[in-house]
Design a binder for this molecule. Structure first.
Ligand code: F6P
Length: 554
């Protein structure tokens, strides 16, 4: 495979980066910039003009995409080729949201009929729960869902359920338990009625320690609360690719919703993993979300790279990461219902592109995925934007907002939008020393005070942002938004030459935790001194065990 950093295209961009435009000047001299560096697709509008790019740089990035074979890689993904080479798997989450008759081939077999059949099962099951035909052990209908899963089996449905709050079915509640910290499950169980609760155990592998532990405890709790063994089938369903493990756990296979190894965990909320979404907002809205994602897929698949929203978002990200050396990227949704989107994208982006090896196993010779973090605006403004505006590290950001609120309340939304617009403008423009002085003078400060305070009031500006606008946060818009990021992640992985679809980096910690588990003493039980780890880990284990032993005497 080629080393993209050794190409002429890379060298050209490196040369251009030495003279990257200053945005304030670029906007002053080029009134067409905003219109040129924008694209619309699947109900979303992306303005990427507040990046340190110009026509030469954009042309250079498009040439880089060609050199990396982005077109071909995109075709290979949609064709079901095993582009997840280290796991020998196809990557076909796009098949989950296609309602046409288009075939999707894996090993020569069209998987589309199986996808449609599973969607039909999800629809039928959600409707049975909603109608009250599906009853719990006391004969009462189930109006509460507890989704037990972690990572991709939690973050997607949890984020989407919150995002679609205006579509919640009256009287229904969905909870999400992910952490193996028993407090998470205990806090949830303390709020719910066992007779009215459906536990949805979501795990692609059905071996994940956190999920299996929570599911087993929830099962025991239900039995303790009056259910019999024979009632478990009415209160537990499983979402997984691992049928034998589901059966072994004791969930009736009739209550199992399946997906397939070509659906990555962090790309799985469109599959059976989305059952909790369908249960909370209705299958119809779940399907609308899928259709919104498909609209973005159709755009991504067919639009030329120079007019392709995910590809362009990826390319400006590569520019920022590899040529302007920006290592942190903020996701800032100006919509309270998207408050879990940053957490969702932390996994989607960092588990996908936090890699140091190329697909062929060689070390990469470039920087890959940035650190992703974020909070909803305006909350973040009063917390960490200080660093984004004036810190010594330059951070790029995505600002996301709907033009219309789902729940208009006085002038709240106008104020929210004013902030959504003001922050990227401020980050782009900055404030010069002369402007800082002017402002302080206007406030009537003495010359001395003006001189003393002016340096603190300078904003360097030139800090890159993307603005993503939608009409309203509908299920369709949410689907399109998430699909936009999925494809952006894919494009960046192609440019960086890495496999965005494996996650070997999560293994080592799991292995070590399994070794340490028997060394943690049960409360009140003395354990021999820990050995065999590094001195720090040994000492921490010993201290924990001492504290747990002492607790017995309390
Ligand atoms: O440990 C990481 C991971 O494998 C993620 O990739 C995945 O989303 C999560 O764990 C949960 O996995 P599962 O759905 O198999 O329980």
């Amino acid at each position: 495979m080629i080393d993209i950093t050794k190409t002429e295209e890379w060298a050209r961009l490196k040369a251009l980066s030495a003279d990257a435009p200053v945005m304030r000047e670029a906007f002053a001299t080029d009134p067409g910039r905003a219109a040129r560096y924008a694209v619309e697709a699947a109900g979303l509008f992306l303005d990427f003009s507040k990046n340190r790019i110009n026509d030469d740089i954009l042309a250079g990035l498009l040439a880089l995409a060609r050199a990396a074979g982005l077109d071909r890689a995109r075709a290979r993904m949609f064709a079901g080729e095993k582009i997840n080479e280290t796991e020998g798997r196809a990557v076909l989450h796009v098949a989950l949201r296609d309602f046409s008759d288009a075939p999707y081939l894996v090993d020569g077999e069209n998987v589309a009929p199986a996808v449609a059949a599973e969607r039909a099962r999800i629809k039928a099951f959600s409707e049975k729960v909603h109608s009250g035909a599906w009853k719990g052990f006391s004969g009462a209908p189930l109006d509460t869902v507890v989704n037990i899963g972690i990572g991709g089996s939690d973050l997607g449905p949890c984020m989407a359920v919150d995002a679609l709050r205006p579509y919640w079915i009256d009287g229904r509640r969905a909870y999400f338990v992910s952490n193996v910290d028993g407090q998470h499950l205990a806090d949830t169980l303390s709020q719910i009625d066992p007779a009215r609760t459906l536990f949805v155990v979501a795990s692609k592998t059905f071996t994940t320690q956190e999920t299996m532990t929570n599911a087993a405890t929830a099962r025991a709790w239900l039995l303790e609360k009056g259910a019999r063994e024979t009632d478990i089938a009415r209160h537990f369903v499983a979402l997984s690719t691992n049928r034998p493990a589901v059966e072994k756990f004791g969930v009736d296979p009739a209550n199992m919703f399946v997906f397939w190894d070509w659906v990555g965990g962090r790309f799985s909320m469109w599959s059976a993993i989305g059952l909790s979404i369908a249960l909370q907002v209705g299958y119809g809205n779940f399907e609308k979300m899928l259709r919104g994602a498909h609209a973005m897929d159709a755009h991504f698949r067919t639009a030329p790279i120079e007019a392709n929203m995910p590809a362009l978002l990826a390319l400006v990200g590569v520019w920022n990461r590899n040529f302007l050396d920006i290592h942190t990227h903020a996701v800032l949704p100006y919509d309270q219902h998207l408050h879990r989107l940053p957490a969702y994208l932390q996994q989607a982006e960092m588990e996908s592109n936090g890699k140091g090896r190329r697909m062929d196993g060689a070390p990469v010779s470039l920087q890959t995925g940035p650190v992703i973090f974020g909070e909803p605006g305006t909350n973040g403004q009063h917390a960490f934007y200080q660093l984004i505006h004036q810190g010594t590290d330059v951070i790029s950001s995505d600002f996301i907002a709907p033009a219309l609120s789902q729940t208009p309340l006085g002038d709240h939304h106008e104020k929210l939008l004013a902030n959504f617009l003001a922050q990227p403008e401020a980050l782009m423009r900055g404030r010069t020393q002369a402007e800082a002085r002017e402002e302080l003078k206007r406030q009537g400060l003495s010359e001395d005070e003006v001189e003393r305070l002016a340096p603190h009031k300078i904003f360097p500006g030139d800090r890159p942002t993307n603005s993503i606008l939608m009409e309203k946060l509908t299920p369709e818009a949410l689907g399109a938004l998430v699909a936009l990021y999925e494809h952006k992640i894919f494009c960046q992985g192609v440019l960086w030459g890495i496999n965005s679809f494996d996650q070997w980096g999560v293994e080592l910690g799991k292995t070590l935790a399994a070794a340490i588990l028997p060394e943690i003493a049960a409360r009140g039980e003395a354990k021999p001194q820990a050995r065999g780890h590094d001195a720090s880990t040994n000492a921490l284990i010993n201290r924990i065990n001492a504290l747990r032993l002492a607790a017995k005497e309390e």
